[in-house]
Unconditional design. Structure first.
Length: 94
């Protein structure tokens, strides 16, 4: 197997993993928002984002950068690991 084939395979796998994480994030963000009974508009205002951005996050059309992930986790008082699907426990370990 040559290096070009290996690189293509790695890139394909990374894209697949990234898509899976994005879907998990979108589902968990929406779940947290609905659990506390707030609208996308309200969450957007609280996080100083647009409603469109929240919609894109919840529909796996866009993924936040690290500062955005931190803001979302802080707002809901949950771990980033939970948002990204690394754990099923939303509690922050201290």
């Amino acid at each position: 197997m040559n290096i070009t084939v290996v690189r293509r395979q790695i890139k394909k796998e990374l894209i697949m993993i990234s898509n899976e994480i994005s879907i998990i994030f979108s589902q968990r963000l929406k779940k947290q928002r609905l659990q506390i009974g707030i609208t996308q508009e309200f969450l957007a205002m609280e996080l100083q984002l647009t409603t469109s951005t929240i919609w894109k996050y919840e529909n796996a059309r866009r993924f936040p950068r690290l500062p955005g992930l931190v803001s979302i986790a802080d707002y809901f008082n949950i771990s980033i690991d939970y948002l990204l699907g690394r754990t099923n426990n939303p509690a922050i370990k201290k």
